[in-house]
Write a protein that binds this ligand. Structure first.
Ligand SMILES: [Zn+2]
Length: 411
């Protein structure tokens, strides 16, 4: 299959060309000379081809909470949003604290996933040996603040123990807790790569910016930011209640501006959604009882929300591509050839209509939860086709089940 006359954009290039896909790989890339292609082809004029987006932080609720989402609906929502790889978090039920539970979760993902996937391991009390022996995961998730599921670790000696294992640790740590975790990590000699999930505060961006100035630490510290923390403040929480309630909670305009500064100067490495759906009933109940139910859906609205900002700011789309895929490949040491449009790379791609202007409407989204915090928001750009493993799996609102989704390989 050929994609002809399309604007190819990845972290390294922005040009018009033609791409040939064969056996799940990008076989040939040619420039814009007229091609006599008799093969099946897609006319890409006026469109953009990006490497498939990577969302390294989702909660697809499977197993245990499949009334909210499951691996099938979650990954369908992903591909409809141009996301071709996701990493699922360990606070499912049972929580991913042992290798045996991880294997069971792998079976679920293998059977249901419509896009590529990786599964996080969880840090729990007394599972240090399991962490030492876990294989092929993006990292171990360490919860230092309260969120959905009771996975919070308070014992600082356990933090030390987990750091010392040396495998990548992804932190849910907010503000002072993050600063404290960094202190302990430094005391231990920064023995593992440390990643801050869903940055929401100016203090977190400032701290990571300082750490990255140290040559010895720059390749060991990373952070992600979510659209909701980049686009909303506590004012939305006050106005919309449970539908804008997540952890970390929405912060101030000053924090929002600090996050965008962090995106601009690359202190923030990539975007992630923390896609964490709950049913409408659960959110309504939360509004009535005042008991918080943390998390909002987001995997499908990642692209249009961030792309719209990028276009408004007139920023370089190569950097957009980098932050939507290539940087996650690098930071999580993904062994598969993903995150770039290069010959020999996996054909996980997304075709975008950059001229589209419209609105986000939950009725057009595919998460099981059926609502969006961004209802009615104006957006620029639309996912026209999503290609996973060389085959079109989503095209103009239609899904094609190809069973080409694979587990990501980490080195
Ligand atoms: Zn999360």
């Amino acid at each position: 299959m050929w994609i002809k006359n399309i604007r190819l954009i990845d972290a390294y290039t922005d040009r018009i060309g033609n791409v040939e896909i064969q056996d799940g790989k990008i076989k040939t890339i040619t420039d814009q000379k007229p091609l006599s292609i008799t093969d099946r082809k897609i006319d890409g004029r006026g469109k953009i081809l990006f490497p498939g987006f990577i969302d390294p932080h989702v909660h697809f609720r499977d197993p245990g909470f499949t009334h909210k989402e499951d691996f099938f609906t979650g990954t369908r929502s992903a591909i409809a949003g141009g996301v071709t790889t996701i990493f699922d978090m360990p606070n499912t039920k049972p929580a991913t604290f042992t290798r045996e539970i991880l294997e069971e979760k792998r079976l679920i993902a293998r059977a249901k996933a419509q896009c590529h996937w990786g599964l996080y391991f969880g840090a729990g009390i007394g599972n240090i040996q399991e962490i030492e022996n876990m294989k092929n995961v993006p990292g171990v998730k360490l919860y230092l603040n309260t969120t959905t599921g009771n996975l919070k670790m308070d014992d600082k000696n356990q933090w030390r123990e987990i750091f010392r294992v040396g495998k990548r640790v992804s932190l849910h740590a907010e503000g002072d807790t993050f600063a404290h975790a960094v202190e302990i990590w430094l005391e231990e000699g920064a023995p593992c790569p440390l990643h801050l999930c869903h940055a929401s505060l100016k203090s977190e961006v400032d701290l990571v910016r300082e750490l990255k100035k140290d040559r010895a630490l720059v390749s060991k510290i990373s952070m992600e930011a979510c659209p909701h923390h980049l686009l909303m403040t506590h004012k939305e929480l006050e106005a919309y209640g449970a539908y804008c309630c997540m952890k970390p909670v929405l912060a101030t305009q000053e924090d929002v501006e600090a996050l965008w500064k962090g995106v601009e100067d690359e202190t923030i490495d990539f975007f992630a959604t923390d896609h964490a759906p709950h049913t409408k009933t659960e959110k309504e109940n939360s509004n009535q009882t005042g008991i918080p139910v943390y998390g909002i859906p987001g995997v499908e609205t990642l692209f249009p929300l961030i792309f719209t900002q990028w276009i408004e700011r007139g920023w370089d789309l190569k950097k957009f591509a980098a932050m939507m895929s290539q940087k996650a490949v690098k930071i999580f040491s993904i062994k598969d050839k993903k995150g770039a449009i290069k010959e020999g790379f996996d054909a996980d791609l997304v075709i975008i209509d950059p001229e589209y202007h419209g609105k986000i409407e939950a009725k057009n989204l595919h998460s099981k939860c059926g609502w969006s915090s961004y209802e009615g928001w104006d957006i620029v750009g639309r996912v026209e086709k999503t290609i996973v493993g060389g085959a079109v799996v989503f095209e103009n609102e239609n899904f094609f089940e190809r069973l080409l989704a694979r587990e990501i390989n980490f080195s």
